[in-house]
Ligand binder design. Structure first.
Ligand code: F6R
Length: 236
């Protein structure tokens, strides 16, 4: 594992974008696993800038996102599909048919999970997975549990996650209580993992996840078993 500490969020974002840019340059038809949340926003801004100035070409890239709230469709401005359109996709030359986000409105979420994993497999797996980390140690929406869940599946969000994510909603009551998330198998099978974490509030959980015991109580700790993980952390 490579652990990079940066002085500022801007530096974190530039470095993370640089790693993703290298991936796209080295393999123009790569599969990028993407995350939402506040940590990757600066990274996405840098990728948009690089695409606009002609340094990056996303026309052959495919993306698969980690998760989506159950019950929110892509037109809802709190959905993760909407977030991705606004914060990345509309700023780069990616083909919309090459962008995948789990469908939180699918009638049968178990089938949706199976289809999502099958799609990732058919794409040849994920070349680079971008992750954030929750203060409870979740990656995607794999919340602390007594076991690691392999496939893409439905989850009930933890109180701490609902509280943390309420900053994006008018009130805590409006935060959906359930989500569909990529499971640990697709994440761990990604060839390369890049985790970005911003703010002093993430310091303790990073310590636990990467320097503590590997346990489903701290879902991100499973990343200690992955052969190619880069963590970029800015405390400020
Ligand atoms: C988002 C996701 C979550 C976030 C995590 C951190 O797609 O999968 O695991 O990465 O909740 O969110 P921020 O970056 O907002 O602290």
């Amino acid at each position: 594992m490579q652990f990079i500490k940066t002085e500022t969020y801007e530096e974190l974002s530039r470095k993370a974008a640089g790693i993703i840019a290298s991936q796209v340059i080295l393999k123009p038809d790569c599969v990028l696993g993407l995350a939402t949340g506040s940590s990757p926003v600066g990274t996405y801004k840098n990728l948009i800038a690089a695409c606009k100035n002609g340094d990056l070409d996303f026309s052959s890239v495919t993306t698969v996102n980690l998760d989506e709230y159950v019950g929110l469709d892509g037109t809802n401005d709190q959905s993760y599909r909407y977030f991705m359109e606004e914060n990345l996709f509309k700023g780069i030359n990616i083909k919309s048919e090459n962008t995948f986000v789990p469908n939180g409105c699918a009638g049968d979420l178990e089938k949706e999970g199976e289809a999502y994993d099958a799609r990732i497999k058919a794409l040849g797996g994920i070349d680079l997975q971008l992750l954030g980390i929750g203060i409870d140690g979740h990656i995607g929406f794999n919340e602390p549990d007594s076991f690691f869940t392999a496939p893409t599946h439905q989850v009930v969000l933890d109180e701490s996650t609902i509280k943390a994510n309420s900053r994006f909603f008018a009130s805590e009551d409006e935060v959906p209580k359930k989500a569909i998330t990529m499971g640990m198998l697709s994440i761990m099978q990604a060839k390369k993992i890049l985790l970005v974490a911003n703010g002093a509030a993430k310091k303790d959980i990073l310590e636990k996840a990467f320097f503590g015991p590997i346990t489903p109580e701290v879902p991100a700790s499973i990343l200690q078993l992955h052969p190619d993980v880069t963590v970029i952390f800015s405390e400020n």
